[in-house]
Design a binder for this molecule. Structure first.
Ligand code: WTA
Length: 647
């Protein structure tokens, strides 16, 4: 890992000879994109075949696979059973305390059917929304698939989000049902979860009006005084568990909304990103097969993401299962009970494809190579990275220490909004450069442009845009079509391009480097958090008059949250106590993952004459750099006070 390390990593001849991806795919997709996407969609079982691939006449509102009907759950489960693969393990599940379950495709079909039968029995109708607020237990996946089976639109809310965050998502989607667990294991200890649901849903006048039922999976069984709302709350075992395992799936329109997933944006409340059935599943199935080189019946895939994020949706549920894969799902944190956990799991199940975030790679680096070196990792044959830019040093360490120099690495760029991977090397085809996501996948087109939409020269930084529609693209923002147009399509409205919100550049070899967000979205350990969300949590504390939040470079987490706050008149800076209260306020309003790493109480914030806070300069301070241009500031002197405060 010295400066003499290779600059490019070509695929081995052996890998290339057997790869699912081939170099000619780029040309084929380019020559006839519609035929290429039709071919990808035919990976799925359609009850009624589509008769038109794309209708883009009402851009940016896309329709893919018109006339086609399919059942997403049938595609992810039943069809493998029908094809005689029912005994294949779909999920090797590992619980945090060390318990485990192996679930075959036949068993998964029964479970999903039971859940579907119960949800139908309580009167849910096609198109109704179901909120899923669960840790990484198999029932989370069963619930998602049961919704898909019935044409219910699921909205998974990360179980690390607070009650307040859950409530706003339940209200926005008008969810009729919430599925949760009694508790969850966190670092060896049972912690409550249903309590947060009770708090979120409220009682009396304050009750969430849409919710009729709360279905509770027994996971930790630790709370003898668990609150129970008669008529609303039911145990999973007593309801789903008692339902029939036979259920006939119905086919739905390709454009039927499969799920909502809330994500942070530049301003205001989180947006419910809406994904379709046919197009989304096509993108999930195609990318899983091609980017992960998945070989049915041979590979054991492991994606370390939580089901509460889009990576969990596409590469823990819909991508692997639509391909009939065998996968590992792990409930807990990587250092529970100790730092060997991931490597023990790889060894135990013979994991062949391993997909994690750079933050975790950097954490492994900190723990030291003796830990992975103590395990037999020879089953691994492909490694993936997602969620944030991977620094070349982490890439090389991953390649050498985890992959033993033999595994291609796919650095995959995509977003909640894109539904599936968009930019990535093709394993077996691409010569990789550590740190570069390399090139848009066959069928996908991206550009790096300046403010006017002109291509920037190779080597120069610009905005990443997607200049053609793709099947997995978001269809709208739930209940807010205007915001959808505004957020993604107004920046380059004339050209009709999708604005990704990331900065990027092509290098001299035309390899693409994604440089991070150009908007007010922070990326902490691969989690998207908006500065304005954290700022409004901070100012909701009575002692805080104003707050400015930035993401500062952080060696492990990519970015760390740094806040600058001004006290209200008369409020006392009670030091550590106030800081602790503020951090709790953020945890309560959003999630513990959004707690600032550093909070600075300052006398003033740097502002322009028009009153805009100069976050760029605060970032310079937090990252210990010389200040950039301060000429537009009302009072450049504020930085002396800010610096003094941080010293
Ligand atoms: C960032 C996660 C660099 C990017 C799948 C994007 C990346 C945001 C990469 C989306 C990557 C994701 N290299 N940056 N390989 N992958 N990002 O919606 O800033 O949680 O816009 O989706 O993560 O985050 P989201």
């Amino acid at each position: 890992m010295s400066s003499s390390a290779p600059k490019v990593y070509p695929p081995s001849a052996e890998f290339a000879a057997n790869a699912n991806a081939t170099a000619d795919m780029y040309d084929r997709a380019e020559a006839d994109p519609m035929e290429f996407w039709a071919e990808q969609a035919r990976r799925l079982d359609w009850e009624t075949p589509f008769d038109q691939v794309l209708d883009w006449s009402d851009a940016p509102f896309a329709k893919w696979y018109l006339g086609g009907k399919l059942n997403v759950a049938y595609n992810c489960v039943d069809r493998h059973v029908v094809a005689g693969k029912g005994d294949r393990v779909a999920i090797h599940w590992v619980g945090e305390p060390g318990d485990s379950r192996d679930i075959t495709y036949s068993q998964l079909k029964d479970e999903v059917s039971r859940a579907a039968n119960y949800l139908a029995s309580i009167g849910l109708q096609t198109g109704d929304r179901v909120a899923i607020y669960m840790p990484m237990v198999p029932e989370a996946i069963v619930s998602m698939l049961a919704c898909a089976r019935l044409g219910l639109t699921h909205s998974v809310v990360f179980a690390g989000f607070s009650a307040a965050a859950l409530r706003s998502r339940v209200d926005d989607a008008e969810a009729k049902v919430v599925i949760t667990t009694d508790g969850q294991f966190r670092r060896g200890q049972p912690a409550p979860l249903k309590t947060a649901v009770d708090e979120a849903l409220g009682t009396g006048d304050d009750a969430a009006a849409s919710v009729q039922k709360v279905i509770v999976v027994r996971r930790t069984n630790h709370d003898p005084d668990l609150n129970w709302v008669q008529g609303r709350d039911v145990w999973w075992d007593d309801t789903v568990g008692e339902a029939s395992p036979d259920h006939e799936p119905e086919a739905f329109d390709a454009e039927h909304p499969l799920f909502l997933l809330y994500t942070s944006g530049t301003t205001g409340k989180p947006k419910g990103i809406v994904h379709s059935s046919g197009g989304y599943l096509t993108q999930a199935a195609y990318t899983f097969h091609t980017v992960f080189d998945h070989k049915e019946g041979r590979d054991v895939f492991w994606c370390g993401a939580d089901v509460g994020w889009v990576t969990g949706h596409t590469y823990l549920v819909y991508g692997p299962l639509s391909n009939g894969a065998t996968e590992v799902i792990y409930e807990g944190t990587p250092n529970s009970p100790d730092e060997h956990r991931h490597f023990q799991i790889i060894e135990r199940y013979g994991v062949t494809i391993y997909y994690i975030a750079p933050t975790l790679i950097r954490t492994f680096m900190k723990w030291g190579r003796a830990i992975p070196d103590a395990h037999d990792l020879s089953s691994l044959r492909l490694l993936g990275s997602v969620g944030e830019p991977i620094n070349p040093e982490a890439w090389r360490w991953y390649h050498e220490v985890i992959g033993h120099g033999r595994c291609p690495i796919v650095d995959t760029w995509w977003q909640t909004e894109t539904g599936g991977i968009m930019i990535s090397p093709l394993p077996g085809v691409t010569e990789c450069k550590p740190g570069s996501a390399m090139r848009p996948l066959p069928g996908i087109s991206a550009k790096v442009v300046d403010d006017n939409g002109a291509d920037v020269a190779d080597g120069e930084q610009g905005y990443l845009v997607l200049d053609r529609p793709w099947p997995g693209m978001l269809r709208t923002i739930w209940g807010d079509a205007e915001r959808f147009k505004d957020t993604y399509w107004s920046r380059f409205a004339e050209q009709g391009w999708y604005f990704a919100g990331d900065g990027a550049r092509y290098d001299d070899d035309h390899a693409l480097w994604v440089l991070g967000r150009v908007d007010d979205v922070m990326n902490v350990s691969g989690h998207r958090i908006s500065t304005s969300e954290v700022e409004s949590a901070l100012v909701s504390h009575s002692a805080i008059a104003e707050a400015a939040v930035i993401g500062a470079a952080d060696e492990t987490t990519g970015q760390g949250i740094v806040a600058f706050v001004i006290l209200t008149e008369g409020a006392e800076s009670s030091g550590d106590e106030l800081i602790a209260e503020l951090r709790n306020q953020v945890a309560t309003d959003i999630s513990p993952i959004a707690k600032p790493r550093e909070i600075n109480v300052v006398p003033e914030l740097p502002k322009t004459r028009s009153g805009k806070i100069m976050r760029r300069l605060l970032k310079d301070v937090a990252e210990g750099r010389e200040l950039g241009d301060t000429s537009t500031l009302v009072d450049p002197g504020v930085f002396e006070a800010i610096r003094a405060q941080r010293a």
